[in-house]
Design a protein around this ligand. Sequence first.
Ligand code: HEC
Length: 200
Amino acid sequence: MLGSTKSNVTVGIAVLGGIAGLSYALAAAAAPPGGTAAAVEFTPDGKLKRPVGYRKWVYVGEVVTPNDMNDGEASFPEFHSVYMDPESFAEYEKTGKYRDGTVLVKELSGVGSKKAPSGNGYFQGEFTGLEATIKDSKRFKDEPGNWAYFSFGHKYPLKAEVSKNSVAACNQCHQDHAQKDDWVFSRYYPVLRAAAPRSK
Ligand code: HEC
């Protein structure tokens, strides 16, 4: 009698443990909802919330298109600092490919001055804008290459959440002019070139 009570308790504990384990597994499988890009958040109606924490991601390169070399107004003024979410970067080091869920952020800042103790040049001023591109084969299954493009504006205050841009506004130029088949201008990012396995 006593023996059977004990074993019932043991079974009960095992079942409880099993339920806890199962719900944990379900929660892990369910996140993030609707897509694979875990480094960013979306609103329920599919807008991208302005990414946070990206200045601690992997800094992959810097491009400068100063206004004074672009008829007074560059289309993306002026410094472009590009960051990649760390988990996708780790995968890129292994495969040289942009995994599903990759997020690349391009932060814009103005030219602050053109003279410094180091010489004449272009020196970074204030932050001015923010753009992002995300590869997600579930959420963006209808976008070319599964890449969607977002702009939070080119002057502060930036928008808090934005819808994806049209293919014609962003994706098309990337599709036509970036590295073949991957939509990203990898050739301008020395950190990525050095990290890709083929260059080792
Ligand atoms: C006329 C061509 C062109 C258009 C249109 C364009 N881009 Fe780009 N984009 C580039 C080039 C070239 C780069 C490489 C780095 C740089 O110049 O900033 C780039 C880089 C980027 C990056 C960094 C990651 C990468 O893919 O290399 C993001 C993010 C980005 N663009 C977002 C956008 C968004 C958002 C739009 C639409 C509002 C857009 N782009 C429209 C040419 C374009």
